[in-house]
Design a protein. Structure first.
Length: 273
């Protein structure tokens, strides 16, 4: 049985290692995916918090490897900490963003990213497209929400919770942007821009006349594939650091949490849980 660490985001209740249902739905026999939560509830609303998200994911990935996991799946399109973990570990490290962009290129010529997040977070996608040299294959990034809606994330109900609950207005907004990407931007394939959109991915795909890729499912299955084939990232590209950095990242996470860290939504760790 191969154990896969599904690195969480730090915004779910701690103590539950059951991964999202969308992973359980596609899991193959012989694999045991487990949710491993990050300890820092950093929401990447800006470059500073994006860096904290990287620290959180690296600390979690190193912890998972020390606990005997066979691979790490970074459950976020932002792929925070992906390259750092590949330099620090000898097990497969797969990011939802990179895996899904490459899958989109296999299914069509041009893809569009349709995200629930507002324009304020476009820097995340632009950075990934540059890093992965996908700028010529991605014809547009379409945002479903507006910047002012980020202020509602601290509320019990907001545009993200409505989407995950299947609220039809939010689904209609997503479908509308998918259709515009196909009709106006020249896309032939749609990539959903956040793994948080996974609960409604099937519904969106059924309403859109083009492949709609769910990065949660695509990235997880790419992790299974790497383990099944016995392949791993190249040490020519990601040379190993040769030292155990887990204590260093654990100390960084401890230091941030000692400051009663509040994420971009105004909530501390207890509020996030």
């Amino acid at each position: 049985m191969k154990k896969i660490a599904v690195v969480g985001t730090g915004h779910r209740r701690a103590g539950d290692d059951v991964p999202p249902q969308e992973i359980l739905d596609v899991r193959a026999e012989g694999f045991d995916p487990r949710l491993i939560e990050t300890r820092l509830p950093a929401f990447p609303a800006n470059e500073i918090n994006r860096h904290l998200s990287e620290v959180a994911n690296v600390e979690t990935g190193l912890r998972a490897a020390a606990e005997g996991f066979d691979a790490v799946f970074i459950n976020t399109v932002g792929d925070y900490g992906l390259n750092v973990l590949r330099s620090g570990l000898s097990i497969p490290i797969i990011g939802a963003g990179q895996a899904t962009m490459h899958a989109a290129c296999q299914l069509g010529d041009k893809f569009s990213i349709v995200t629930i997040w507002p324009p304020q977070l476009l820097f995340i996608y632009h950075g990934l497209l540059q890093l992965y040299r996908m700028e010529d294959r991605c014809v547009s990034i379409r945002c479903v929400s507006q910047d002012e809606e980020l202020e509602t994330l601290a509320d019990d109900e907001n545009f993200v919770t409505d989407m995950r609950a299947g609220e039809m207005t939010q689904q209609d907004r997503i479908v509308r942007e998918c259709e515009r990407a196909l009709a106006d931007d020249g896309a032939d394939t749609i990539m959903l821009g956040c793994t948080c959109m996974s609960p409604i991915a099937h519904e969106i795909d059924a309403r859109v006349d083009a492949p709609v890729l769910n990065p949660l499912a695509v990235g997880y299955k790419a992790t299974e594939m790497a383990l099944s084939l016995g392949i791993n990232h190249s040490e020519k590209k990601y040379p190993k650091i040769g030292e155990d950095r887990q204590p260093h990242y654990r100390a960084m996470a401890d230091a941030v949490m000692a400051l009663d860290f509040k994420d971009a939504r105004g909530g501390n760790r207890e509020a996030a849980e």
